[in-house]
Design a protein around this ligand. Sequence first.
Ligand code: ADE
Length: 236
Amino acid sequence: MKIDVVTLFPNICAASLGESIMGRAQAQGLLELNIHDLRPFGTGSYRKCDDIPYGGGQGMVMKPEPFFDCVEPLRTARSRIVLMTPQGKRFDQAMAGEFARHDHLVILSGHYEGIDHRVVEHLVDDEISIGDYVLTNGTIAASVFIDAIVRLIPGVLGDERSATDESFSDKNLLEAPAYTRPAEYRDMQVPEVLLSGNHAAIEQWKHDESLRRTRCNRPDLIQSAPPDNDGKGPEA
Ligand code: ADE
């Protein structure tokens, strides 16, 4: 997969996506990540990328010219152009799976109070928000978006199972708690059943704990869950 990121803060993306699994995906050729500094596409001798809003109001708005000039040479008929914005559709695991199937993403990150709407109307395919809160910088959102997508590309995670067994992967349940050695630490014990070697009992425990955790932390997921095979939903 090829991803082009367009940002005024290239170092933020380079730092967060250069290490660990994302760094390895690039070294292995599974991800080609190109980070483009928007500043040289700014207008005038100051390379201006923002200006005051028409109609008044607070803050600055990002100008259209730098985005069009930077993105047009990058895109092809197969590219998907995504704008990171708190005004976008809320990103989730299902969307990550859909974006992971594209060959080429061009990701635009905003700053200041917004982006000239002609960019949204005439350049962008998808407006995406990573959650119902506002960050100072869309480049942080772009890094989150890219990480969630790239880890779903076959071969990026060492153990292919780890992307399918996790929270949000298929069922509307959070993952069960995990433990590792030592079995006892400062009087805190690993649950007995996990040491038992009884696989059926372990699976049952994981399912029960998954449900308990979901009810406690994310009851909304239980409400929106599709019915189980028995038609009674995941609580049955
Ligand atoms: N820029 C600022 N806040 C954002 C958010 N929640 N999602 C995407 N881009 C953003």
